[in-house]
Design a protein around this ligand. Sequence first.
Ligand SMILES: [Zn+2]
Length: 268
Amino acid sequence: MTSRPSGSRIKNETPFILKVLRRNVSIVAFLVVAMSGMIAVYWYFNPNPASVEAVTGAVAAESRDFFDPDAPLAPILKPVKPVPVTQRTQQSPPPLRIGLIAGHRGNDSGTECEDGLTEVEITSDLVEKLATVLRESGIRIDSLDEFDPRLNNYFATALMSIHVDSCDYVNDLATGFKISGSPYTDSSQFSICVQQAYVEATNLPYHPNSITPHMADYHAFREISPGTPALIIEVGFLHLDRDRLVNDSEDVVNGLADGILCYLEEVR
Ligand SMILES: [Zn+2]
């Protein structure tokens, strides 16, 4: 047995820490690689101090425009533009629905000409054509008789009753139309819309001062539900306006349709 000098024995002894490292070389290698990676990532994404200052300064200055102008510069404050909050304060409006009464239909003939032409023929024809035009605009139409049972508590966006004035010759001024609105529900806007559109389409004169009590106190006004604006219109005189009402009713129908559409625009 050879005994070595004690000094060389000490020299050859591997330090404990190195032994541990050598034994766990794979873990050590992993830790070194991972740390290098993290340092690289940190170095790559860490902005230099000057640019950080520039960005936060600009953001804070911009923010002051949106918020309190006297507020101090915030270090980092993402500007959020104020957006108005819209709230639904009421329920969606019900679908548009218009009631059209064909004057005298289902009850009597109305005014009558010597040759047998009757008011109810005209009103029925006009309501049919008017309903077609309005339905094409997506409006729900109820075509109603003069004393239609549905008029009892009838509720709609609006109700229009169509009549025609006398077939007797009165004088040369007996041409044109009259409108009377319901006294129970504010129907003024509806009346104004129909009056203006009807004049524009037909050029017929408007007679505001010859409303009969029969028109002002029209039975349907009392029967329908409160809250349904309603009017009765005498669309013309069957004597002087006959040709326009019978053979050339397109303008008449368009005038009535435009008046209703005008009102629907107002209440929409
Ligand atoms: Zn009538």
